[in-house]
Design a protein around this ligand. Structure first.
Ligand SMILES: N[C@@H](CCC[C@H](N)C(=O)O)C(=O)O
Length: 271
């Protein structure tokens, strides 16, 4: 069962991308976890699959899976990578991605970076989701985080340093997050510049989290800490995030890089 894959990354947040547009792939949560394993598989922060689109105007349907086998509604860095891949395959510089959380227009910039319209943030407690009707701007947790969904659940802690990062795994599983959550730690260096580290749901600390950067800027703007356009510095590099006042959509701009292409025998991995 030889299947080709692309190994790509956005700021060191790395992906195995499998193309299921020409035929379904026999993937299960266990097989995804095995493929994502850093020593026994190809290794990645997320496994991404491409499918024929259903939404009118969409060019490709994209699904995102964490290395624990769970599925996520959004992945900002992988969205840029898929847009870059579609551009390289077809020459379409504005591919539209369909995801389980919505339809995302993308654009290749003149400098080769990719902008993804990540849609409108969801800030009602049921949309995040949270387990109870609480103020999403001030969750009843030590550290006073704010919550938002960018198609996947995020909580942002505004911190002076990153001493809390080790608490990310416990916070991911806090009962206030019924679907677990990605946990961001943001240090505001100025209203236009943020330093961010993210413990990702189902993946642990990664070098960058695109949806986490979008959620952190949204939450920082809601708190009066950031300008609508903010540079987010992650361990793997920087993203430019704009939360548009006109459209309420969040635009994310950053690089997309191909590391290598390869072939994998899916049957050699557990089902
Ligand atoms: N790395 C991603 C987010 C991937 C999904 C996340 N771990 C989740 O479970 O929601 C990004 O760049 O946004």
């Amino acid at each position: 069962m030889l299947t080709s894959f692309y190994k790509m990354h956005g700021l060191g947040n790395d992906f195995v991308i499998l193309d299921a547009r020409i035929g379904a792939l026999p993937l299960t949560p266990d097989r995804i976890a095995a493929l994502a394993h850093r020593r026994r598989g190809i290794g990645c922060d997320q496994l991404v699959t491409l499918h024929p689109p259903v939404a009118p105007g969409a060019d490709v349907f994209v699904r995102f899976f964490n290395p624990d086998g769970s599925e996520a509604g959004a992945c900002g860095n992988a969205s840029r990578c898929v847009a870059d891949l579609v551009w390289r395959q077809t020459g379409n510089a504005t591919p539209v991605l369909q995801t389980s959380a919505g339809v995302l227009p993308t654009r290749r910039e003149p400098d080769g970076q990719v902008t993804v319209d990540m849609g409108a943030p969801r800030i009602h407690w049921q949309e995040v989701p949270l387990a109870a009707a609480v103020d999403t701007l001030h969750l009843p947790l030590p550290g006073d985080p704010a919550a938002a969904s960018m198609g996947n659940p995020h909580a942002t802690f505004f911190v002076p340093d990153f001493a809390m990062l080790a608490q990310g795994a416990a916070l991911e599983h806090n009962p206030i997050f019924p679907d677990r959550a990605n946990i961001g730690f943001a240090r505001m260096d100025s209203p236009e510049r943020m330093r961010l580290k993210v413990h990702e749901r189902g993946a642990g600390v990664t070098e960058a989290c695109g949806s986490g950067a979008c959620a952190a800027v949204v939450n920082a703007v809601r708190r009066g800490l950031a300008a609508r356009t903010c540079t987010v510095e992650l361990d793997g590099g920087t993203l430019r995030i704009t939360w548009s006042e006109q459209t309420n959509h969040v635009l994310m701009t950053g690089p997309a890089t191909t590391a290598f292409e390869g072939t994998v025998d899916l049957a050699a991995y557990p089902q």
